[in-house]
Write a protein that binds this ligand. Structure first.
Ligand code: GDP
Length: 179
């Protein structure tokens, strides 16, 4: 496997203001040292770059054009239908974004019933400890119900964001290898 395979399309989903853009800009911004590839931008909401995960290169197209206000709109449909994998993001400081993540998990299941689509539930803004509204245990329990992985991140502190991207690539490879 390698350069000849199609890029993995990873879609960021979640409520407004929870840090999707901040997460995407970490992905777009920091060139990893082994890799001279700059991120290629296709419009400002889609970014493609090659990263090294477990010693193997993977090309990831990250999509950040989810509009949570565009209920049932075509851009929402496109996001839900075209991803190979999803980062389902909420803010640990915003319970309504956590509830929205649950709803999104349900719509993913409805739209892609036959697919074992890799999903990671991402609790962002974990640096804001005093404003926490969703506990780590709640996040973990929710991920168990959703049958997906769970991670807490802080885009502001650049904490755990790369592990989330690496985790999604690892899951995509597992799925590819068992097909
Ligand atoms: P989006 O609407 O989901 O794309 O959210 P943005 O990425 O635009 O972030 C919304 C606001 O939250 C901005 O002011 C960010 O600076 C801030 N933000 C994003 N991630 C974090 C984080 O991990 N910690 C803190 N403290 N603020 C964050």
């Amino acid at each position: 496997a390698g350069g000849s395979t199609r890029p993995f399309r990873v879609v960021l989903l979640g409520a407004r203001g929870i840090g999707k853009t901040a997460i995407a800009s970490i992905f777009a911004g920091a060139a990893d040292s082994m890799d001279s590839d700059e991120c290629e931008l296709y419009g400002d909401e889609v970014c493609e770059r090659t990263i090294t995960v477990d010693g193997e290169k993977a090309t990831v197209t990250l999509v950040d054009n989810w509009d949570s206000e565009d209920e049932g709109g075509s851009s929402q449909d496109q996001c839900i239908q075209t991803g190979d994998a999803y980062l389902l993001v909420y803010s640990i400081t915003d319970r309504s974004s956590f509830l929205q993540a649950s709803e999104l998990r349900i719509s993913l299941r409805q739209h892609r019933p036959a697919h074992h689509t890799p999903i990671i539930l991402v609790g962002n803004k974990c640096d804001l400890v005093r404003r926490r509204e969703v506990s780590v245990n709640e996040g973990r329990a929710c991920a168990a119900v959703f049958d997906c992985k769970f991670i807490e991140t802080s885009a502001a502190m650049q904490h755990n964001v790369w592990p989330a991207f690496h985790g999604i690539v690892q899951q995509l490879r597992l799925r590819r290898d068992t097909k």
